[in-house]
Design a binder for this molecule. Structure first.
Ligand code: URA
Length: 253
């Protein structure tokens, strides 16, 4: 019924948290037209208050913009159709911290159909697609899993949210350019074509996609500003970056 459920941004939002859900539930689609106002949302709001996150610290958006028929799980194609809008929301809001709730949100943020929350929780996520965005992202279980009877997830969600408290706020407009030590991670296609480079310093992580304009310039500039690169061993990322002409062997050593 609601073709595009808009993000919910509380009055006086502090810019601290953006929670990414799956998609609207029945109540949100048909009645409130506001994300996370149904049963899962109420549980989440209660949990956030308990963990000390103020109402005006948390904004909410969904991976998919409308409710799939009969509430089925959205397909990866549908998630990807909606992903540009999600990235637009991220770019506009520039939250300091992003938390994916459940596998669909995780798949949407990472642009990958690996939606295993158990594996992803507790680690920072790299969100490919934007050159200049800098935020810290994590994943945890979706509160609706608790409502479906997996009550053991309640403590785990709480634990995951608490873990994000102390995380340093990423500088909102910084890219890793100029940092002295960079960690690198690359993704190549099966035919050896470079797809994505992830770069991180102590404060910021970005993913550069080779489909984006100016990626090469940006990558060379960023890598050139580093004195040290940390990455996988000989056969891995660094050697591949040398082979692609993005890093000199000298620096790679
Ligand atoms: N409501 C939302 O807005 N998103 C969810 O993922 C679940 C409920």
């Amino acid at each position: 019924k609601t073709p595009y459920l808009r993000p919910f941004i509380p009055k006086g939002w502090t810019g601290e948290y953006l929670f990414v859900g799956e998609g609207p539930d029945e109540h949100e689609d048909e009645v409130s037209e506001i994300p996370f106002t149904g049963p899962a949302g109420q549980l989440l709001h209660r949990l956030l208050r308990e963990t000390g996150i103020a109402d005006n610290a948390a904004a909410f958006v969904n991976a998919v913009r409308c409710r799939p028929p009969r509430n089925r799980t959205p397909s990866m194609a549908e998630i990807r159709e909606c992903r540009p809008f999600l990235l637009e929301v991220l770019a506009k809001l520039r939250p300091a911290k992003v938390i994916a709730l459940g596998g669909i949100a995780l798949a949407a943020l990472r642009n990958s159909n690996d939606n295993n929350i158990t594996r992803a929780r507790g680690r920072q996520l790299v969100v490919p697609g934007e050159l200049d965005l800098c935020f810290v992202a994590w994943a945890t279980y979706h509160p609706s899993a608790v409502l479906r009877g997996n009550t053991q997830y309640l403590d785990k969600i709480r634990e995951d949210v608490v873990r994000t408290w102390g995380a340093a706020l990423a500088p909102l407009d910084a890219s890793p350019t100029g940092s002295r030590t960079l960690a690198v991670d690359t993704e190549f296609s099966p035919t050896g074509e470079l797809l994505t480079i992830g770069l991180a310093d102590k404060k910021c992580a970005v993913a550069l996609e080779t489909t984006k304009e100016a990626w090469r310039e940006k990558t060379e500039e960023t890598l050139g500003g580093a004195s040290w690169l940390i990455g996988h061993s000989v056969a891995g990322d660094i050697e591949k970056l040398v082979a692609a002409g993005l890093v000199t062997r000298n620096k790679a050593e």
